[in-house]
Design a protein around this ligand. Structure first.
Ligand code: ZN
Length: 71
């Protein structure tokens, strides 16, 4: 029997943060508040998570990624 396993990163959009200024592209826009988690997959089906949830902010214009502020 052949087992096909791997990992898959699943993304989730948690909403938007309004009027953020991006220092890379110099635009002010609503950033995407994103979350992702790495999953162990068996036959391409996610079975269990292998990492904690990680959150980040993304500029929708240039795709620059920022850390989420602590507050
Ligand atoms: Zn940007």
């Amino acid at each position: 029997m052949i087992l096909i396993f791997g990992t898959k990163r699943k993304f989730k959009n948690l909403g938007a943060l309004e009027n953020c200024h991006c220092s890379r592209c110099n635009n002010t826009s609503d950033w995407n508040f994103m979350e992702y988690r790495d999953w162990f997959t068996l036959f391409w089906i996610p079975v269990f998570p292998i990492s904690g949830r990680k959150e980040y902010l993304e500029c929708p214009i240039c795709r620059q990624v920022y850390d989420v502020p602590k507050d």
